[in-house]
Design a protein around this ligand. Structure first.
Ligand code: SF4
Length: 393
């Protein structure tokens, strides 16, 4: 490809014409996805941009997304679109979209959202973070486009705090997953998490951000727990967005924790960030994806987009590492996860691990899913107790 075409592609990636937003007037917004806003907000603020954070995903957001999306498109798109609409209504004029290659609809999100929003009469710039293009360079170029910040120290400060916050909040989540099924006083783990979520949001110095992870570990360590309780461990896996968004996954981690199950979610924003942004020369350990490709090899020959190969590979890995069960969550009509859904019964049978499938969309009722989750929890708890009794004999 000629360098002229390369330049044009880059220009299109960062700026869609039809807008002429002065740098000082830029108001940045991005889709709500898990805890991503903690990091994005500090990065934007440090580089001198003004962020506009849309409200968390709720029924209202879903209604807006459904109303303005084509029928049959996947649930994450509907919520992303609603986030943009709500942010534009709050004054945003520069929308950030994360993009990745692959054979699912994710590659079309940007163009589809852009066209819909333009038809609705909004004026904005859309900036695409194609994270798989050139990692940190791509992120800095996109951020430079929206902030015009040329101070390298500010970039260092922004990324340092953004990374530290992502790792801190994910540490707090992991500890909550461990503590919740074992806590003596119901609610201790969640209260501790909420407290630290607020502190992480309010911490805005490099030194303060770096200390967060250690302080969180110490604080969770003070929560009284029943160390002898037999707690089964379940892997939660599936599509990236639904795994990270508690509204979309109906807060399944909380439901499981309160039923006495330790959850191990297979996707965390900080892991993804580290893998995607860190130059490969510094990434020496086997990545999550590489491990999944290795474990999925008897069932799939190659990745087909989305998190399909992760779902299959993680299920095999879980079975071989004593995990008690799998819950596979996926949005309705998600192409890669439909493929995984069709492979999992074979994996479950051959590897002897129970799998529960949960398909989520705007029609999904919470009550029906809770009944299924309770039945599954009952099954894994009994299986775990039986296993423990056999070991004692
Ligand atoms: S992985 Fe599934 S839900 Fe996510 S964008 Fe692709 S098709 Fe849609």
């Amino acid at each position: 490809m000629s360098s002229l075409t390369d330049k044009k592609l880059n220009k299109d990636r960062y700026s869609q014409r039809g807008t002429s937003i002065a740098q000082k007037d830029r108001r940045l917004a991005w889709p709500r996805m898990g805890n991503i806003s903690l990091s994005m907000e500090v990065i934007a603020n440090t580089l001198g941009a003004k962020p506009v954070i849309p409200p968390a995903n709720t029924n209202e957001a879903l209604e807006i997304g459904v109303k303005n999306s084509i029928e049959g498109i996947c649930l994450p798109y509907k919520l992303n679109l609603a986030n943009y609409i709500m942010a534009l209504e709050k004054g945003a004029n520069t929308l950030i979209m994360f993009q990745a290659p692959g054979s699912c609809r994710f590659g079309n999100y940007t163009k589809m959202a852009q066209k819909t929003l333009q038809k609705m009469g909004y004026h904005f710039d859309m900036v695409v973070f194609d994270m798989y293009q050139s990692k940190i360079k791509q992120a800095i170029e996109a951020l430079w486009h929206v902030t015009r910040c040329i101070n390298p120290y500010r970039y260092y400060k922004a990324f340092s705090m953004g990374f530290s916050k992502a790792f801190a909040v994910d540490t707090a989540e992991r500890l909550m997953f461990y503590t919740r099924p074992r806590e003596i006083n119901r609610g201790d783990a969640e209260n501790c998490y909420k407290k630290w979520f607020k502190i992480i949001g309010d911490t805005n110095t490099i030194g303060g951000c770096r200390k967060l992870k250690k302080q969180i570990i110490e604080d969770f360590g003070k929560i009284p727990i029943d160390k002898n309780k037999i707690v089964p461990k379940v892997y939660l896996l599936g599509e990236f967005f639904v795994l990270l968004d508690p509204y979309t996954n109906q807060d399944i981690e909380k439901t499981l924790g309160e039923l006495g199950i330790e959850v191990e979610r297979q996707i965390f924003f900080s892991d993804w960030l580290e893998h995607v942004l860190k130059p490969s020369i510094f990434y020496r350990k086997e990545s999550h994806r590489e491990r999944c490709v290795r474990f999925a090899k008897d069932y799939m020959k190659r990745a087909i987009g989305g998190e399909c190969i992760e779902t299959v590979g993680d299920t095999v890995y879980a079975a071989k590492n004593g995990i008690d069960g799998i819950i596979h969550v996926m949005p309705f009509t998600c192409m890669p996860e439909i493929v995984a859904q069709n492979i999992l019964p074979k994996v479950s049978k051959k590897e002897e691990i129970p799998v529960l499938e949960l398909v989520l969309d705007e029609q999904t009722g919470k009550t029906g899913n809770i009944t299924r989750i309770e039945a599954f929890a009952d099954l894994v708890i009994r299986k775990k107790l039986r296993k423990e009794n056999e070991i004692k004999k």
